[in-house]
Design a protein around this ligand. Structure first.
Ligand SMILES: [Zn+2]
Length: 375
């Protein structure tokens, strides 16, 4: 009787495991229409999931990802301890069982990832709701953007540095208000925003040159402890765009930059400094030197401090391995350009129609929605 019950339980468990793996495989390869994902997930259930998870993570002082990783490693250790402790004769069977459990566990993690945040990779591009009436930028247009950034940085530098920068957690009411304002301008559902938490992965962030990350399993934001004060507002705004369901890196950069422009002078300075850095990375040497020649000493000192922070912290081999892994991760999530999607922000900024107050012009249907949800 006991044996039969145990056998039944084992059968149900195997059947349930096969269902989880099957559903995960279908979710991995099945085409999903972007308009459907946009309506049902990104603008439907995701804002509720985000609000619940981010609010819950807000009351926990440690990073959810650290707890998740600790739990996952502990579970893996337990699963693979089983083949070690059984007698030699039944070891092959035990190894097979452990391997199958690992596959089921990975499939379950993938489904949780998709449900909590990952499906946002499959939504419609942000450009679908923006008026984009300008051409794809050429070198001259990128250079002009760099020169604009330098003019703004020059004008903002002293005022931004005269005030106290937000602390490492970026628990800043003005920046939060700016994020909510930009979400309403983009006709996207309001979401919570999170303070930037420390993480046990800080060394990995430092070695790989990662500024921060949004944990897709707990929707909290983890920070690199070395971020400089004037980097913090933009980094927080970029991660909050991820929390708002914009998984694409170029879109998060664009929304982060816009958020900064709608914040106070410190946030504006941080946003323009990000843009200048991005322009520098994209321009050919002659044009880069021409823009750099206009940068005043105070701004140059800040730019050089960021470069020095990265040089001191990064371990090149680990950085390359980390970014190669992230490139594969993005491509697996249907972002064809991989890590190059970061730089596409310049195209997004150059092509999008922005009014005199840095408000993006939306296509008519979305503009009506923005009006309705306006501040
Ligand atoms: Zn990002």
């Amino acid at each position: 009787m006991i044996n039969r019950q145990t056998g039944m339980r084992e059968g149900i468990r195997r059947w349930a495991g096969a269902v989880v793996v099957g559903v995960a495989l279908v979710a991995l390869v099945a085409p999903m229409p972007a308009p459907l994902v946009e309506r049902v997930y990104s603008n439907g259930v995701y804002p509720f999931i985000e609000r619940a998870l981010t609010t819950a993570s807000g009351v926990v002082p440690v990073a959810w990802l650290d707890i998740w990783l600790g739990g996952a490693l502990g579970w893996l250790g337990w699963v693979w301890w089983q083949p070690v402790r059984v007698s030699h004769g039944s070891r092959v069977r035990a190894v097979g069982r452990a391997a199958w459990r690992t596959v089921v566990g990975a499939a379950a993690v993938y489904l949780i990832f998709l449900l909590c945040w990952g499906l946002n990779y499959r939504r419609e591009p942000l450009s679908a709701r923006l008026v984009q009436d300008k051409p794809v930028p050429d070198t001259a247009a990128v250079q002009a953007l760099g020169e604009l950034a330098v003019r703004e940085l020059t004008a903002l530098h002293d005022a931004a540095h005269a005030r106290e920068w937000p602390g490492p957690a970026v628990d800043d009411a003005r920046l939060r208000a700016a994020a909510a304002h930009v979400q309403s301008l983009l006709a996207t559902p309001r979401v919570a925003v999170a303070r930037l938490k420390p993480t046990l992965l800080r060394w990995v962030f430092r070695w790989e040159g990662v500024d921060a990350m949004t944990n897709p399993f707990g929707l909290d934001v983890l920070r690199n402890p070395d971020l400089l004060p004037f980097e913090r507002p933009f980094v927080a705004a970029h991660e909050w765009a991820h929390l708002a369901g914009f998984a694409d890196e170029a879109e998060a950069n664009f929304i982060g930059w816009l958020t900064c422009l709608h914040g106070d002078v410190r946030a504006q300075y941080s946003g323009w400094l990000f843009l200048y850095w991005q322009v520098e990375a994209e321009l050919p040497p002659a044009e880069r030197a021409s823009v750099a020649a206009r940068v005043p000493p105070g701004v140059k000192a800040d730019r050089d401090a960021i470069a020095a922070r990265l040089t001191a912290g990064v371990v090149p081999v680990l950085q390359q391995a980390g970014w190669a892994a992230y490139d594969r991760y993005l491509k697996a999530n249907r972002v064809e350009s991989g890590v190059h999607s970061y730089g596409e922000v310049l195209t997004l900024i150059s092509r999008t129609a922005l009014d005199s107050r840095w408000r993006p012009v939306l296509r008519s249907g979305d503009a009506a929605a923005a009006e309705a949800s306006g501040p």
